[in-house]
Each structure stands twice: as C-alpha cells, then as structure tokens.
Design a protein around this ligand. Structure first.
Ligand code: NAD
Ligand code: DAU
Length: 336
C-alpha cells in the first residue's frame, strides 16, 4: 500500500510516518508538506534515506500538484494531517486556518472523489465539540460547538468530509483526538514550551487561573489509533481518541517543574486566552470496543519520557527557537 500523508513534517505527522515505516515494512509513504513555520524536516532525519519514503514540498490547496502525485504513486489512501494547528495563532488571525484547514481539505476531498480513492482519513480534534463543565466527556454524538477560530475551521472541515461521504459515498473516516504530547512537538504548545522555558530558567506563562483542564495522550498512542482506524475503521464513522489523563494546566506545569527540580516561583500567571475552553475530556470507548485499540502510555510515564526527550534534544528545540531549523531543508536538499 502507498499512503499519501499530508502535513507529515509536523509533530503528529512525523511521528506517524516513523511509526508506519517501522510497523508496516511493505508500505510506502509519500509525504506532502508546505513547510510552514511548524513543518520541520529534521523530524524525519531518521527516514529521509529510506527508499519506501519520499518527501514533496507543496500545498494541499494546490490541486494539480496533488493530482500529479496521486498518478505518479498510484495513491489510493490519504491521511490528512495538514493544518494550521495552534489556537493562539488562530485568535491573532484566522485566514490561514480557513485556507488550509477548510479550503485545503475541500481540495483533497474533490480530488479523492474524482480519483476514487479507497480511503480518506481526516485527522480532527476534540476541540470541535467545544468546552465541558466540571462533569462529563465528549462522545462521538456530542453536538459540534467549536469556540476558537481554529476549532471552527476543523469543525467545518469535518462537516465537509461527512458531506462528501453522505452525498457522494466517499469512503471517509474521521478521528477526533485530545491533546497530544511527546517528541517533536513545536515549542509553542503547552508541554514543550514549559519544558523549554524551565530548562532555560525562564518564566512559565500560565493563562488565567491555570485551572483549565486538558485530556492528554502520548503521540505514540494517537499513531496506533490512526493505524487501527486506517485498517479497520468503518466508513463514514467518527472515532474519538483519548488517553484518559485529565490534568489542570497548573498541576501539569508544577509536575514539569518538579521533574526538572526547578522552583515553582518560575510560574507566572498571564492574561487569559480569549474564549479559553475550560475543560476537555474524551470518551474513547467506541474505538476501544469496536477496533480493540487501547492507549499504552500512562501520563506519568509518558511525561517523564517526554521531559527526558527534550532534555536530550536541546539542540532540536533551540534551533527552532532561533529560527535556524528553517535552513535545514535548503541544506539537506540543495544539490540533490
Ligand atoms: P503541526 O502544526 O505540528 O503540523 C502541521 C503540519 O502541516 C506542518 O508540518 C505544516 O507545515 C503542514 N501544513 C500546514 N499547512 C499546510 C498546507 N496548506 N499544505 C501542506 N502542509 C501544510 O500540527 P500537529 O500538532 O502535528 O497536528 C496535526 C493534525 O492533527 C492537525 O490536523 C491537527 O488539527 C490535528 N490534531 C492535533 C492535536 C494536537 O494535540 N497537536 C490533537 C488532535 C488533532
Ligand atoms: O485538544 C486538541 C488540541 O490540543 C489540538 O486540536 C490543537 O491542535 C492543539 O494545539 C491543542 O490545543 P490547546 O489549545 O489545548 O493546546 P495548547 O498547548 O496551546 O494549550 C494547552 C492548554 O494550556 C490550554 O488550556 C492553554 C494553556 N496554555 C497554553 C500555552 C501555550 C497556557 O496556560 N500557557 C501557554 O503558554
């Protein structure tokens, strides 16, 4: 099987590519990524010379470019990770979110329909469900109620994906996962940002009262879930994915400081995120029951390993913070 992966140079996409090449020696992976600020080919150094893998710089909104790749590699399966993914950036300006997350997904859907792809997996998020109070969890039948421009763009994409299934019979499946953490996460997201700041003895900016709750899952568990959905997911269905690890942001930040033996005085409360969703929690019993998937990581183990990874790979995130990582592509591919 040859799988077209979009957004494979980002955090989850690059973890997924490495996982799939390890898990399925007979598969080929074609990675399309626009290399925005969040795309980093250093994440894929380990596989860049693997003959089963190829990288193509490009935009999911660029129809002829995607069509050419479908023909060239005889693609029948597509997993769409490509997105603008950071809520805070969407609050500062939503245009790129609308362009990539909605228009880009629609371009891929049109192409998938015309070229009769056998499977279209849309990697979505629990944020489409909105915010929870103190009790309850999101199930697949929770009404869609996105609050941030990012969440609204992902919800719009989900609606388009389901509409292409309903109207044209396109073989789609949607996954909606909770907050990921693990290696190669861009250090603008909570966990890597806090680890990097703590390691540099910089203030740790906690939004609002720090009591917003997120439900964390290790990226490796997200990858196994997408693999399960890709092979066994029922067409037209949505599957929630979560790690059953709710934590208030403040408790999590304190835990990171504790692991790194840094003082809590580094914590700085800052202005809250506008429209900040209070709590997310995922009920993943459907994928567990129907596809036999289960997360393997406990949050304690996963966080410990992740902190260890960022300690060991300081040059990776320091190159990102300095902007130097964007030179990698040039250096690597010039003259090839
Ligand atoms: P990321 O920002 O790390 O990576 C996104 C990748 O998409 C980058 O490599 C970027 O260059 C690429 N990209 C952006 N616009 C593109 C375009 N127009 N054409 C081609 N490539 C483009 O994001 P991530 O955290 O890895 O998330 C991947 C997917 O998973 C996203 O769809 C996101 O909504 C979803 N998701 C993320 C989480 C999470 O906790 N990070 C949770 C659930 C779902
Ligand atoms: O739930 C899945 C979503 O999780 C994904 O769809 C998104 O792509 C991903 O970015 C993530 O969104 P969040 O907004 O939940 O993640 P973020 O890491 O930005 O923030 C996590 C929590 O930490 C949130 O309550 C805001 C808070 N926060 C974040 C940052 C960056 C802070 O308190 N301080 C910070 O500096």
């Amino acid at each position: 099987m040859t799988i077209l992966i979009t957004g494979g140079a980002g955090f989850i996409g690059s973890n997924f590519i490495q996982y799939m090449l390890r898990k399925h020696p007979e598969y080929r992976i074609v990675n399309v990524d626009k290399l925005t600020y969040a795309g980093n080919l250093e994440n894929l150094e380990e596989v860049e010379d693997d003959p089963r893998y190829s990288f193509h710089e490009g935009d999911i909104c660029d129809r002829p470019f995607i069509v050419e790749l479908l023909h060239k590699y005889r693609i029948e399966t597509l997993v769409n990770f490509a997105a603008e993914s950071h809520v805070d950036r969407s609050i500062h300006g939503a245009s790129e979110f609308v362009r990539t997350n909605i228009v880009g997904t629609n371009v891929l859907l049109e192409i998938a329909k015309e070229h009769k792809l056998k499977k279209f997996i849309q990697v979505s998020t629990d944020e489409v469900y909105g915010s929870l109070g103190a009790e309850g969890k999101f199930t697949e039948t929770t009404p869609i109620h996105p609050n941030s421009p990012y969440a609204a763009s992902k919800a719009s994409a989900d609606m388009l994906v389901l509409a292409y299934h309903h109207t044209f019979g396109l073989p789609v499946v949607i996954t909606r996962c909770s907050n990921n953490y693990g290696p190669y996460q861009f250090p603008e997201k909570l966990i890597p940002l806090m680890i990097a700041n703590a390691l540099s003895d910089k203030p740790l900016p906690v939004y609002g009262d720090g009591m917003n709750v997120r439900d964390w899952i290790h990226v490796a568990d997200h990858c196994t879930a997408i693999d399960a959905v890709l092979h066994h997911g029922a067409i037209g269905q949505v599957y929630n994915i979560g790690g059953n690890s709710e934590r208030a942001n403040l408790d999590l930040v304190k835990l990171i400081l504790h692991h790194l033996a840094k003082p809590e005085s580094l914590i700085t409360f800052v202005k809250d995120r506008p429209g900040h969703d209070r709590r997310y929690a995922i009920d993943s019993s459907k994928i567990q029951k129907e596809l036999g998937w289960k997360p393997q990581y406990s949050f304690e183990q996963g966080l410990k390993e992740t902190i260890g990874w960022y300690q060991k790979h300081q040059s990776w995130w320091k190159r990102i913070l300095s902007g130097e990582y964007q030179q990698y592509y040039k250096k690597m591919y010039e003259g090839r």
